[in-house]
Ligand binder design. Structure first.
Ligand SMILES: Cc1cc2nc3c(=O)[nH]c(=O)nc-3n(C[C@H](O)[C@H](O)[C@H](O)COP(=O)(O)OP(=O)(O)OC[C@H]3O[C@@H](n4cnc5c(N)ncnc54)[C@H](O)[C@@H]3O)c2cc1C
Length: 298
């Protein structure tokens, strides 16, 4: 029995009860959140985080939910969506974005200011917070190459500025994955460039993406990390797993590294496909595929 009520305590905040997460995830999979909260200011976010800590309510922060598989039972506690905290500002060659801004919008904004450095991000469908959390990257670029500082709200409700070094970046990893801090903004140091050339580069990357990735179906992008010395997609293809399907979740025929939702996939379908792919690849090639996507809830 819950002894707290977010709805009553924060009656003027944008909070919903029993919110189906499948409506928000890029896979279209996921059960309900006890509560979903869209802060419109840092102060609102802070108040709810402090209340959650005092009442031992689990908190999950999501960006654009593009790198997630959420279980069919959903998530307990409060799920915080930062999409309304999305301001982007520029000073000289430095861009600052709130965590809920889309990294695609940031790349496009940089292009309009003739700032080069984020072209690789032009097709990544995540938020700035999610991109920093995951140290997202593509086509030879990655967050850690351009990020100067990140502002976080700690689990104690304090605001701190972290440097690039503090974030301890490595492949698809940042220290926030360990500390549990909430990313609230990030600043990137870019370089002066030529707006036409930047745009051409972004368009080229996006054409390559559209020709190779199954963007016509819901997915969470590349499911597995690149194992040292191999490509996950190549191993899965060579194992003959393309098209393998459980329920509505299918190893993409267009790009073996993706698992697409062909209609009514459940979280359990996704997990079953992941486990099967891992087992077959281990068996055939003696390689462990580690998920890149975050798997949350049961
Ligand atoms: C079609 C497609 C193509 C993709 N291509 C790429 C690619 O080229 N390169 C790449 O790296 N990724 C790619 N991805 C994966 C995904 O878009 C990135 O990982 C992205 O950075 C995730 O951002 P998000 O806001 O969607 O994060 P979410 O999926 O919402 O969250 C991911 C994790 O970050 C945490 N998180 C999110 N925001 C915050 C925050 N503000 N504070 C603390 N924790 C937070 C969440 O709790 C979760 O654990 C692709 C995905 C799709 C669907």
């Amino acid at each position: 029995m819950e002894t707290w009520s977010l709805l009553e305590t924060f009656s003027n905040f944008d909070i919903k009860k029993n919110e189906p997460l499948s409506a928000h995830t890029n896979t279209r999979v996921g059960g309900p959140a006890d509560y979903a909260f869209w802060p419109t200011s840092l102060d609102e976010l802070r108040q709810v985080v402090r209340y959650a800590k005092a009442n031992e309510i689990p908190v999950t922060v999501l960006g654009n939910a593009s790198n997630l598989i959420i279980g069919d039972q959903g998530l307990t506690g409060v799920v915080i969506f930062l999409t309304k905290l999305n301001q982007i500002t520029v000073q000289g060659t430095e861009l600052r974005a709130e965590a809920g801004a889309m990294i695609i919008d940031l790349a496009q904004f940089a292009q309009t200011k003739a700032l080069s450095g984020l072209e690789w991000a032009a097709g990544i469908p995540g938020s700035v917070g999610g991109a920093v959390y995951m140290n997202a990257g593509a086509y030879g670029g990655q967050v850690d190459g351009w990020l100067k500082t990140a502002e976080v709200l700690t689990t104690d409700g304090e605001i701190k500025t972290l440097t690039n070094d503090d974030l301890d970046f490595s492949y698809r990893y940042s220290s926030v994955q360990t500390t549990g801090d909430i990313l609230i903004a990030a600043s990137f140091s870019l370089q002066n460039g030529n707006a036409t050339e930047i745009l051409a580069q972004m368009e080229d990357f996006n054409e390559r993406r559209a020709s190779r990735q199954p963007l016509e179906f819901p997915s969470c992008g590349s499911v597995f990390k690149r194992p040292t010395g191999f490509f996950a997609g190549r191993l899965i293809m060579d194992a003959g797993l393309q098209g393998y399907m459980v329920g509505g979740a299918q190893v993409s025929i267009k790009h073996a590294g993706f698992i697409v939702n062909r209609g009514q996939a459940s979280g359990a379908d996704y997990i079953a496909v992941i486990k099967h792919v891992q087992a077959v690849v281990r068996d055939k090639f003696d390689v462990n595929l580690e998920p890149e996507v975050r798997i949350l809830g049961e």
